[in-house]
Design a protein around this ligand. Structure first.
Ligand SMILES: [Zn+2]
Length: 260
């Protein structure tokens, strides 16, 4: 649209917007500023356009931040699909996981983490992934990893503490599948350093494990004992049981083979 189609001059000599009726100019008070008597001003349409632009750039910035944080968080992109929206929310533990996110500020303030334990294939990693994705959407920095990856990453590094300190900086750290990693003195030393540094940072830690809670509580090997003591200090145990997803799929396949 040409300017003369949207702007007209009023009886006061100022330009007016034909669309919203507001003035697009105003007089300087006290007879002018330097040689000028009038200055331009935004009409309602201009303000609306400006707000829309601001919103567009803010949304774009938010999307970019979340997608950058998400790609840092996960080692595998399929984990980005692990969300409460895609989950069975009738599941009691899933519900607790959602409530952990809903009360995130309080969890953070009180340094409360979770220890999701239970048999293989019951969806513990999935639950932790749902928490991660939901918090990422709230612009929280999250890292979900496991000790095999950490130990492999750290091995060639000259400055191992730098890596361990970086893990302590994420607002939430999730260590998946504790207990499957190598049992060497070296590995257990790294695991202790990561857990200890994290706990001293005061930021929450979430762990998933196939180890039975009884075993975690009664471990006698000193190198493991001090790791588990730290974890139990900060992470509320939550049992993830029910029918294993893999068992459910297997029994469905069995059912198909039965004659009707
Ligand atoms: Zn206007």
């Amino acid at each position: 649209m040409r300017e003369e189609d949207t702007v007209c001059v009023g009886s006061d000599g100022l330009q007016y917007c034909k669309v919203c009726g507001e003035a697009k100019e105003a007089f300087f008070p006290e007879g002018g500023f330097m040689e000028m008597k009038k200055h331009s001003r935004q009409c309602a349409c201009d303000r609306k356009t400006y707000e829309e632009e601001q919103k567009y750039f803010k949304d774009k910035e938010y999307q970019e931040l979340v997608s950058r944080n998400t790609s840092i968080c996960f080692d595998e992109s399929r984990m980005e699909e692990w969300t409460f929206e895609n989950a069975d929310m009738s599941d009691a533990v899933m519900h607790k996981a959602k409530s952990y996110v809903d009360n995130w500020e309080e969890m953070k303030r009180n340094h409360i983490g979770c220890l999701f334990w239970g048999p293989v294939g019951t969806g513990k990693s999935y639950i932790a992934g749902c928490i991660a994705n939901e918090l990422l959407k709230q612009e929280v920095t999250v890292k979900m990893t496991n000790f095999n990856t950490i130990i492999d990453d750290i091995f060639p590094l000259a400055d191992k503490m730098e890596y361990i300190n970086a893990l302590a900086l994420y607002q939430l750290l999730i260590i998946d599948d504790l207990g499957v990693e190598r049992n060497s003195e070296y590995a257990l030393g790294i695991i202790f350093s990561v857990i200890d540094r994290r706990i001293r940072s005061g930021r929450p830690l979430i762990i998933t494990t196939n180890l039975p809670l009884k075993e975690i509580k009664s471990e006698t090997m000193l190198d493991k004992r001090r790791i588990y003591d730290r974890i139990l200090e900060m992470c509320t145990p939550m049992y993830v049981g029910g029918t294993s997803k893999r068992e459910a799929i297997a029994s469905m396949k069995m059912g198909k083979r039965k004659p009707c």
